[in-house]
Design a protein around this ligand. Structure first.
Ligand code: 9MR
Length: 476
């Protein structure tokens, strides 16, 4: 019954027996007309950003790198990755002069496999700082040597692989005074210049940034940041960029104020980047707030587009299931571009269209040789069905080369995948995720991937929306 020579590891076991005993009532091809495709997407976020000379980044959680849905989106949609945690001091130098680069190396490997830059985060920060540093009782000269040793080892290890470094992170209080930390209280403000000089010596080619939150618009904190970087520049300190974290709140996003604030830093000759963007709201979300969120995300993209020195935008996590927000602000969340089932939200479209990606069928989605603007053409064919199940074949043509893929779609409630081939299938509620098998993850631009599965619990009689690596496909 299952006619594939090669079968991937199958998560579900019951399929073959069920199929062997079932009657097939004839093949029926169900294809979704292009006109019914919701959210036809012009291209990936990374391609849309790149068309404007910008990069589009995402914070990557080391613990999620085994999840093919997650990696499909992180690798397919973004051109820059920031380690969410694994390059912080507590991970990388947990005890004095003992370095753990494993997580950072994994991220670099991931980036290189997906043709991405790495945005290093972060060398000197009061948070996620091990006790041996914060409570070490070091003299000024000892602490300088501890800090310089950390920076030198980390930056040297990743030299050539990490393009940007957040050298210092969150050094200001909200009122613009220097934040108390072991560094500022032992060394005063001079630790900042020292950190930049040491990082530059370890990798003269890395772009060195200062990063902070609540500095996106003009206020006491961003004014202090402005004074600091002006003074660093006048002393010849090697600083290249300012990162505006941009942990924003729905309905408190002022795109033009963000733009003019970015511009004043750009006018100092610095690159300016949006480094940790999310826009949180009270949860549960609803469609009107998600639409407003999309508009507000777009206004941040517009600000970056309007400032030529804006290098790009990083969002702080792939999906709402990965975000730091609900843990820190109970009752808030829904802050990212993908929902908790890794489906693109209106905000995804907002970012894509702001970068000039164009929803619609630009190409001819009816032509299997032309994936059109959506980047992929999906075909969902029920090759046979009976009272309690069906056999389905899925084909997705891609406009761009893939090194690993994830196809997602929904089944009606009660419909369960019970076996499959040429993909690693899993199901959560009504959402089915099909990740590539070990042997078919590489697909050339214009090529087609295919896999199949059996269902039980009622047959599918209408073809669902297929998404490839997080982007909705048009139908063939
Ligand atoms: O997202 C990060 C979360 O997983 C960590 O638990 C947290 C610990 O401080 O740090 C989060 O990332 C922060 C980033 O490193 C700096 N800016 C604020 C981010 C959100 O807290």
């Amino acid at each position: 019954m299952v006619r594939r020579a090669r079968r991937a590891a199958v998560v579900f076991a019951a399929g073959a027996a069920l199929l062997a005993g079932s009657a097939a009532y004839g093949a029926q091809a169900l294809e979704r007309p292009a006109a019914e495709q919701p959210g036809l997407l012009a291209s990936t976020l990374r391609d849309a950003a790149e068309a404007n000379g910008k990069w589009m980044g995402v914070a990557v959680a080391d613990g999620k790198l085994g999840n093919s849905t997650y990696t499909g989106i992180a690798g397919g949609q973004f051109s820059s990755v920031t380690p969410e945690n694994v390059m912080k001091w507590d991970t990388i130098e947990p005890s004095r002069n003992s370095f753990n680069f494993a997580g950072g190396d994994r991220l670099v490997d991931f980036a290189q496999a997906h043709d991405q830059q790495v945005y290093g985060h972060t060398l000197v920060w009061h948070n996620q700082l091990p006790n041996w540093v914060s409570n070490g009782g070091f003299s000024a000269s000892e602490l300088t040597s501890v800090m310089n040793n950390h920076i030198t080892n980390v930056v040297s290890h990743f030299a050539g692989d990490v393009k940007y470094w957040d050298v210092v992170n969150e050094v200001f209080n909200e009122d613009g005074t220097l934040r108390p930390s072991v560094f500022s209280s032992t060394l005063g403000q001079s630790f900042i210049a020292t950190a930049f000089r040491t990082a530059h010596a370890a990798d003269p080619n890395a772009k060195l940034c200062i990063n902070d939150y609540n500095t996106e618009t003009a206020n006491a904190k961003s004014n202090a940041l402005y004074s600091l970087v002006s003074s660093l520049l006048s002393q010849g300190v090697p600083i290249d960029c300012v990162g505006f974290q941009s942990h924003l709140i729905l309905d408190q996003v002022n795109g033009s104020a963000i733009q003019s604030n970015m511009q004043r830093f750009a006018d100092l000759g610095l690159e300016v980047n949006v480094t940790e963007l999310d826009i949180r709201m009270n949860t549960p979300s609803d469609s009107t707030r998600l639409q407003r969120q999309a508009t507000q995300y777009a206004s941040v993209v517009d600000a970056c587009l309007a400032v030529s020195a804006c290098g790009g935008i990083t969002v702080w996590g792939v999906s709402d299931a990965d975000s730091w927000v609900p843990n820190t602000f109970p009752g808030e969340g829904a802050a990212l571009l993908y929902d908790e089932s890794y489906q693109p939200k209106p905000a995804y479209n907002g970012v894509l269209t702001a970068f000039g990606g164009e929803p619609g069928d630009g190409g001819d989605p009816g032509d299997p040789g032309d994936p059109g603007d959506s980047g992929c053409v999906g075909t969902y064919t029920v090759t046979s069905h009976w009272n309690a199940g069906s056999v389905v074949e899925v084909r997705v043509q891609t406009s761009q080369a893939l090194s690993g893929w994830t196809v997602t779609f929904s089944l009606p409630s009660g419909e369960t995948v019970v076996g499959g081939w040429n993909a690693q299938l899993s199901q959560s509620g009504t959402t089915v995720t099909a990740g590539n098998a070990s042997y078919n993850g590489t697909v050339a631009a214009g090529g087609t991937l295919s896999f199949g599965f059996q269902t039980s619990g009622g047959a599918v009689y209408s073809a669902p929306q297929l998404s490839l690596n997080g982007s909705a496909c048009s139908g063939s």
